[in-house]
Design a protein around this ligand. Sequence first.
Ligand code: SF4
Length: 225
Amino acid sequence: MAVRLVHCRDIHRAYRLLHARNGLLGWWPGRTRLEIIVGAILTQNTAWTNVEKAIRALRAARLLSLRGLRSAGLPELEEAIRPSGYFRQKARKLKAFLTCLDDDFGGRLNRMARPATPELRERLLAIWGIGPETADSVLLYAFNRRTFVVDTYTKRVACRHGWIRPNPSYDDLQALFSRHLPEDVPLYNDYHAQMVWVGKHYCRTKPQCEGCPLKPLLLGRPPEA
Ligand code: SF4
């Protein structure tokens, strides 16, 4: 399969086209830094609507605070986050995050915000159950760091448009976007949100290119498989 040479302008233009359709999407929908972190863990392998239900349940049970999460037993936590799926694993992940916060950062999120981005990323990745997408979501949306978040939708769009070879690694995709975008946290923030939007509405398992804002970038060719 031919791989098209990616141009910096393709990646910029994709954003301009999506922004022209949607405006700023205002992601991530969390009221506090902690809520963003909890949401980033709960959103693994589930739709955001399920995360919203779990967040509402945590809030109703008065568990959506560091004190609440610390004091909750695993069964109570599991019950509250049940709507997000994989709730037993995710409860353990939340507890693992808290253990790291308490052991390494004195239990304070503002202390966790101090290390430089590469070090903080390593510390997050060392927590059980936190992979690159979750770590980068926490870095970008909770700690305002310039870290591009790659997800399934971003990978799909990049591969279908021939911006990168098929089956790229997370790191290769992240490097692609980081190389071609200016160092601009709000842009990274909204770019990821726009990719999620186009993935949900058009670039599904079977692409629906008709009406998709990114169709002009295909230049009349079918998307790559
Ligand atoms: S649906 Fe088609 S035009 Fe839209 S992003 Fe996917 S491959 Fe591109």
